[in-house]
Write a protein that binds this ligand. Structure first.
Ligand SMILES: [Zn+2]
Length: 375
C-alpha cells in the first residue's frame, strides 16, 4: 500500500447539519443470462427518496450498463423506451445502448471496462417516488466499437445507493480529496503551497458555489509516484483503491490520460461516481504534464487546471455534455444549449465556466453531495 499523507483545509465556521442520508443495498453475484442480462431486481424506495444510484462491478474484459429502470411501473430507462421515437439507424449507430441513451432517464455504458453507473433522476423531468423500483443490467464482451453485441457471461455485483431527504433542496456540500503522484512537480506538500492549485481551487469553489454547492473540506494527499504514468484502466483502478476511505469526490493528478482514452486534460471514471468510495472506488483524473508547478503564469495555469477539474467533477455528479455529436444527442436538460461555450459541460474547453439551474438541480441530488438547509 502506498503511503498516504494529508493536509486539510476547510470552510470557516461549523458546518450546517445535513438533511440528507444515503442508504446502501447490495446484490452479490447476480448471474447474467444468455443475452448478458440480469433478471429484474427490485428495491423499495422510501417516500422521501431524492435519488437512486446503481453501481455495477463485473468482469474487467466486459462492458456493462443499467439497461432498465422503472419506478412504480413507470418506465424511465429501457432498451425500447415507450413513447420515444428512435432514429431508423439508431440500433446500428449505438448497438449497445440505443434505447437507454434516448430514454427519459439516460443511461450509458460505463466509462471503464468492468463497471457501469446510473443515477435517477438525472434531469428534472423525471419523476421518482416512493414505492417499488425495478432495474436490470446488461453486459457485453469486447468493445463498444463492435457492431454486434456479444453478451457478457458470468455474474455481476451491484450496489444501490438510495439518497433520502427533502424534495426541494437548494444547498449542498461536497468534500474534495486531492491525490498527488508528483506529476508536473505536484506532490501533496508542493500542491498545498502552489499558487496555481490555490487559484484553481478558488475558481472551482466559485463555480460550484454559484450552483448551491459548497466545496469542502479539501484534503491534500499523496499516492505512489508509480501511478503518475497512466498506462491502463487496471492501473487506474489500482490507484483508486490505494488510499484510505474518505467522503466526497477524489481527484487524482497524473501525467496524461491518452493511454486510457481520456482527453489530454481530464477524465471522470464515473458518470455518475459513487457517494462514498468504499468497495466501489472511483474518481476523477486530472493531467498535469502540460501544466507543471512552474507554469508561466498563475492565471493561465490555474485556468488550464480549473476548467477540467470543474467539468470532470460535473460528470462525476451525473452531468452529461450539453451535446455529444458522435452520439447525436443533446443533454436532457431544458435550460442548456448545445452551443453555449460558457457552460461547464460544453464538450471542449470553456471560458468562465458556469452551471445552469437544471444542472445544479441534478448535482444537488447526487449521493456524494450532502444537503443542508439555507442558513
Ligand atoms: Zn466531458
Amino acid at each position: 500500500m502506498p503511503r498516504v499523507s494529508r493536509l486539510t483545509t476547510g470552510p470557516v465556521g461549523a458546518p450546517a447539519a445535513s438533511v440528507s442520508t444515503v442508504q446502501t443495498k447490495k446484490f452479490s453475484n447476480v448471474p447474467l443470462d444468455a443475452q448478458g442480462r440480469t433478471a429484474r431486481l427490485s428495491v423499495v424506495l422510501p417516500p422521501d427518496v431524492m435519488s437512486v444510484s446503481i453501481f455495477v462491478n463485473g468482469k474487467k474484459d466486459s462492458e456493462y450498463l443499467v439497461e432498465h429502470f422503472d419506478s412504480n411501473g413507470q418506465v424511465l430507462t429501457d432498451e425500447r423506451p415507450p413513447g420515444v421515437r428512435m432514429p431508423a439507424d439508431e440500433f446500428t449507430q449505438n448497438p449497445f445502448d440505443a434505447g437507454p441513451l434516448r430514454s427519459p432517464n439516460r443511461s450509458v455504458v460505463g466509462a471503464f471496462l468492468g463497471k457501469a453507473q446510473f443515477m435517477a433522476p438525472n434531469n428534472p423531468r423525471v419523476a421518482l417516488g416512493g414505492g417499488k423500483a425495478e432495474f436490470s443490467v446488461r453486459g457485453f464482451g469486447g468493445s463498444s466499437t463492435a457492431t454486434v453485441a456479444t453478451p457478457a457471461t458470468g455474474a455481476v455485483d451491484i450496489q444501490v445507493q438510495i439518497k433520502r431527504g427533502p424534495k426541494n433542496v437548494v444547498r449542498g456540500r461536497l468534500p474534495l480529496n486531492l491525490y498527488f503522484t508528483g506529476s508536473g512537480g505536484y506532490t501533496a506538500k508542493t500542491a498545498a503551497q502552489s499558487p496555481i492549485i490555490k487559484a484553481a481551487l478558488e475558481k472551482l469553489t466559485a463555480a460550484y458555489a454559484a450552483a448551491g454547492i459548497e466545496v469542502g473540506p479539501v484534503t491534500y494527499n499523496a499516492v505512489s509516484p508509480t501511478f503518475a504514468k497512466v498506462s491502463s484502466g487496471a492501473q487506474v483502478q489500482e490507484m483508486f483503491e490505494s488510499p484510505a476511505e474518505r467522503k466526497g469526490v477524489n481527484l487524482f493528478f497524473v501525467n496524461d490520460l491518452t493511454a486510457v482514452g481520456g482527453t489530454a486534460v481530464g477524465a471522470s471514471a464515473g458518470l455518475p461516481g459513487p457517494a462514498s468510495n468504499g468497495s466501489l472506488r472511483s474518481g476523477v483524473l486530472i493531467a498535469t504534464r502540460d501544466i507543471p508547478i512552474t507554469f508561466g503564469s498563475v492565471e493561465s495555469g490555474s485556468n488550464a487546471l480549473a476548467g477540467p477539474m470543474i467539468h470532470e467533477v460535473g460528470h462525476y455528479l451525473s452531468l452529461f455534455h450539453t451535446a455529444d455529436t458522435f452520439m447525436r444527442v443533446e443533454d436532457q436538460l431544458a435550460d442548456t444549449s448545445a452551443n453555449d461555450t460558457h457552460n461547464v459541460m460544453f464538450p471542449s474547453d470553456t471560458e468562465a465556466p458556469s452551471f445552469s439551474k437544471d444542472q445544479a438541480w441534478v448535482m444537488l441530488r447526487h449521493p456524494a453531495v450532502e444537503n443542508f438547509n439555507p442558513r
